[in-house]
Design a protein around this ligand. Structure first.
Ligand code: ATP
Length: 323
């Protein structure tokens, strides 16, 4: 491992296919022991970057360190404790799940055979392990793919769009599996175009768009430094008087839109993104105290919270604007 505890580190990583720059100067820093989401729309360059990480395709420019080893020059050491599923996991369909794992284990160190049963149990496939893979659902093949990764007792798992095609129950199961793997101290790097998925599963995220990483950091910090406009609904009596009162505080609170409605107020607050909800909560507490202090009956205070999706769209659309 590198001194900073980074399991993946890239600098200026680029890949050009003729005139198309699919990956453009990417600097990634993936801390050990976390789930790291690599989030971007279709065609953003996720699979191409993963293929470079695994030495499946050569970079046009830039450097990669995997578990502290240079790629691709020190490939054997770098990949020795890495498991990966790139695109859909492929198996020999007329062999059983267990037989497929035996084939893979035979090409690894002897101890890999001892890991077959525990790996099948870990992914919940013990019962179906002796049936042919062609009878498996996609979700089962994805889980068998993880079991195959576990034969290497991996420090790092790289999973390319692992929940593609899974139903909601399958997605939920897969998420649990990933969190358990992280709980064991492994690092999971997973690519996804599903914002909700990344938000629920990952601790860190890098957002890629048009081959470039546009944001990177802890999930809650995405969009930090940006200003977000957050809608708030307030239910109170005497809305027109409430409007005048909140209006007198608008500069202090960052109120940018304000109107009275039948049962209260609707307003928009401009707060810094990525500071958790502290900015919003402080503003709401002030509004609450002012209204109650002036004798208003207050029966609702509702924040329409920002999801990662909003932040993600705010970040990626900036590129579309040419900013
Ligand atoms: P998806 O989720 O749709 O798989 P992605 O983010 O994984 O998208 P990539 O598959 O890495 O994106 O593709 C990035 C860009 O590089 C796309 O414009 C794609 O068309 C292009 N590309 C990928 N592989 C090749 C190739 N072998 N030759 C030419 N262009 C390619």
């Amino acid at each position: 491992m590198t001194p900073g505890g980074l399991v993946i580190e890239t600098h200026g990583l680029s890949k050009r296919f003729k005139e198309r720059l699919a990956v453009d100067g990417v600097d990634l820093a993936v801390p050990a022991g976390c789930c790291f989401g690599f989030l971007g729309p279709n065609g953003a360059g996720k699979t191409t970057l993963i293929r470079m990480l695994l030495g499946m395709t050569r970079a046009t420019a830039g450097t990669i360190r995997l578990r502290g080893h240079e790629m691709p020059s020190d490939k054997t050491a770098a990949l020795s404790r890495v498991g990966a599923i790139v695109e859909e996991p492929r198996f020999v369909p007329y062999l059983t799940g267990r037989e497929n794992l035996r084939v893979v284990a035979s090409a690894r160190e002897t101890v890999a055979h001892d890991r077959i049963d525990p790996a099948l149990a870990r992914v919940g496939l013990s019962e179906r392990a002796d049936q042919k893979v062609k009878t498996y659902s996609l979700g089962m093949r994805q889980r068998l793919g993880v079991a195959r990764c576990l034969l290497a007792d991996p420090e790092l798992l790289i999973l390319d769009e692992p929940t593609n095609g899974l139903d909601p129950a399958g997605i939920h199961e897969f998420r649990q599996l990933v969190r358990n793997l992280v709980g064991e101290g492994r690092t999971v790097f997973l690519s996804s175009h599903l914002l909700d998925e990344v938000e629920k599963t990952c601790d860190y995220v890098a957002v890629i768009d048009g081959g470039r990483v546009v944001q990177q950091g802890a999930i809650g910090a995405i969009g930090a430094g940006e200003q977000a406009s957050i809608p708030v609904r307030i239910g109170c009596d005497r809305p027109s008087e409430a409007l005048a009162l909140v209006s007198s505080l608008r500069h202090e609170l960052g109120v940018i839109g304000l109107e009275a409605v039948v049962d209260g107020l609707e307003l928009e607050l401009r707060v810094p993104m990525g500071d958790g909800t502290g900015g919003i909560e402080a503003a709401l507490a002030t509004i609450n105290a002012a209204l109650v202090g002036a004798g208003h009956g207050l029966f609702r205070l509702e924040v329409l919270r920002q999801s990662l999706e909003d932040r993600f769209l705010a970040v990626t659309s900036r590129l579309g604007d040419g900013a």
